[in-house]
Design a protein around this ligand. Structure first.
Ligand SMILES: C[S@@+](CC[C@H](N)C(=O)[O-])C[C@H]1O[C@@H](n2cnc3c(N)ncnc32)[C@H](O)[C@@H]1O
Length: 226
């Protein structure tokens, strides 16, 4: 049996080690975002043009949207005609959004993104021009368990891209490196004209997380009729 590789990186249970605000967290609060994760999306947008490859106004599916930084960034990038569907089992932080997350350009579904009920609710709102997933499991400190749980969420994001992303659309998905994650990148490569692995500077140095980016979806499916 081949041994499965898990990198030596930090996945502390409940992330208690991350409580001290750092440069990115302070900057996020100063600039009106609830979480430092906004700078990961911004870096990927600047590098890959995530919001440029589709006709405007765009529709975006934001999986693992709470507390809301990626959604706020996307609302600003899409402009007046854009629409975002955010999904998370936790609530959004409303104290930074200036009302944006309560407007008619934003819809939030609270629940488990892997459940049948939430999937049905998402699909009726599609198709989308960009599917982005920053969803991450609560960590246990055991890299193999955490990588597996992360992969379940990333697989779900890829399924949403299969079912509800326009041809030509883009995908961003977070994974914890290790285990079967390279196989997921291979499957993204089959579906998109360009597929890359990218770790933004705002990721904590010790974190196992990285992002897979798929640009320009190749195939047609029911979503192309929308
Ligand atoms: C790193 S946070 C996302 C941060 C977000 N992108 C932002 O910028 O504010 C990861 C999120 O994934 C969510 N999550 C994890 N598993 C989930 C699931 N099965 N269904 C829905 N949300 C999930 C968590 O509740 C958490 O809010």
């Amino acid at each position: 049996m081949p041994r499965t590789f898990y990198p030596r990186c930090t996945l502390k249970a409940s992330m208690t080690r991350y409580e001290k605000p750092d440069y990115w967290s302070v900057k996020a609060k100063q600039e009106g975002y609830p979480a430092r994760s906004v700078y990961k999306l911004q870096a990927m947008d600047e590098k890959f043009g995530l919001f440029s490859g589709h006709p405007k106004p765009g529709k975006v599916l934001d999986l693992g949207a709470a507390p809301g930084s990626w959604s706020l960034y996307a609302l600003k990038r899409l402009g007046a005609g854009g629409f975002i569907l955010g999904v998370d089992r936790s609530s959004l932080a409303r104290d930074y959004d200036g009302g944006l997350l309560s407007g008619d350009r934003y819809c939030f579904l609270q629940g488990d993104l892997t459940s049948r009920e939430i999937q049905e609710a998402i699909l009726v709102q599609g198709p989308f021009h960009l599917v982005m997933s920053d969803a991450a499991p609560g960590t246990t400190g055991h890299p193999s368990v955490d990588a597996l749980r992360s992969l379940v969420l990333a697989e779900a994001a890829l399924e949403y891209a299969d079912l509800a992303l326009f041809k030509g659309g883009n995908l961003v998905v977070k994974v914890f490196q290790g285990g079967e994650s390279p196989n997921l990148l291979k499957r993204i490569r089959e579906r998109f004209k360009t597929a890359k692995s990218f770790k933004p500077a705002a990721c904590r140095g010790t974190s196992c997380e990285t992002y897979y980016v798929g640009l320009d979806k190749k195939s047609t499916n029911w979503a192309d009729a929308g």
